[in-house]
Design a protein around this ligand. Structure first.
Ligand code: AKB
Length: 320
């Protein structure tokens, strides 16, 4: 039986991925962990423990006591927050990953998942349909840590045979959890404002194109990658992954049929420079070829799904 440890389960991705793993493998097969005790409230359907991934001894002890066979390591400091605390971001993003890789090696863990990001690309990378092996000069500490982390993953696979798999996620957008500390967070926050009848101030300029993905597609990509036969995985750094690309103006336009009076004003801040250094769109040929990746959601399908579910999910109508 698989025993899956999710580290950083209380975050935006972890909240939905942990549920998907529990639905797929059974609730007794999943152990959710987060450094914040408060995250426990999200996991009434599976076991939960507090765990700080920087504490390698506790990580190793959980892995042996619980008989863990797979690790999904999601804990990280994202791009915008990382620029405010660069050394802390480096320590957590690198130190956490190295602890997981070492424990995976020592305990013969079957598979490890670790998320990378479009942040590995930088101002001189190709902007459109950015290829898998594009030139990379990330200029955020988050991007630098993700690029270094990708190479550590490849190193542990080549040198020790640790089956670690990774995706370069674009900005992830879902209605079940809030984003935090990223440059693409505006595309989550905007829906909360719109459904609450409030206007939105955007921290990026109106024509800033970025690669994005609806959460259901991100979950599907993750499960598909982890299910793929080992011999199909030709990329051991991290796979480019593409869903859709849009600008703040376009997401605003997608909301107008539902909320005709919804207004947006633009006040770009330090996150604009980060967004400008990232690609407009991503070429994910390798993911399509190796494990049949195909996204299902475009901008309008995503907006309709979120608008139809978000108010009820967050009890917004009842609390008004
Ligand atoms: C961020 O904005 O930092 C993240 C990412 C693209 O990795 N959402």
């Amino acid at each position: 039986m698989s025993k899956i440890l999710v580290i950083g389960a209380g975050g935006q991705l972890g909240t939905e991925l942990t549920k998907a793993l529990s639905d797929k493998y059974g609730k007794d097969s999943v152990l959710a962990t987060d450094f914040q005790e408060a995250a426990k409230a999200k996991f009434d359907y599976c076991a939960f423990q507090t765990l700080n991934v920087m504490d390698k001894a506790s990580l190793a002890s959980i892995v042996s006591k619980e008989g863990v066979t797979q690790i999904y390591h999601l804990a990280a400091i994202l791009s915008a927050l990382g620029e405010k605390n660069p050394v802390q971001a480096w320590d957590l993003n690198m130190g956490g990953l190295l602890n997981v890789l070492e424990v995976a090696r020592d305990h013969q863990i079957e598979k490890v998942f670790w998320p990378s990001s479009i942040a590995v690309f930088g101002p001189n990378s190709d902007k459109d349909q950015t290829p898998q092996r594009a030139f990379k000069d990330p200029n955020t500490v988050y991007g630098i840590s993700k690029l270094a982390g990708e190479h550590w993953c490849e190193y542990y696979f080549n040198k020790y045979g640790v089956d670690v798999r990774s995706l370069r996620y674009p900005g992830l957008i879902g209605y079940k959890s809030l984003a935090g500390g990223g440059t693409t967070d505006y595309a989550v926050d905007i829906y909360h404002k719109a459904v609450n009848g409030e206007n939105f101030t955007c921290f990026l300029s109106e024509h800033t194109y970025l690669p994005m993905m609806y959460m259901d597609d991100a979950i599907k990509a993750t499960l598909d990658l982890m299910d793929a036969p080992k011999e199909n995985i030709s990329i051991r750094t991290s796979y480019n992954l593409s869903g859709m690309s849009f600008s703040p103006k376009e997401i605003h336009q997608s909301l107008l049929p539902f909320y005709p009076n919804f207004e947006i004003d633009y006040q770009p801040d330090f996150r604009q420079q980060i967004a400008d250094s990232w690609p407009n769109s991503i070429n994910d040929e390798a993911a399509k070829k190796d494990w049949n990746w195909q996204p299902a959601f475009d901008l309008n399908a995503m907006t309709a799904t979120i608008v139809n579910n978000l108010p009820q999910y967050f009890n917004y109508n009842e609390s008004k």
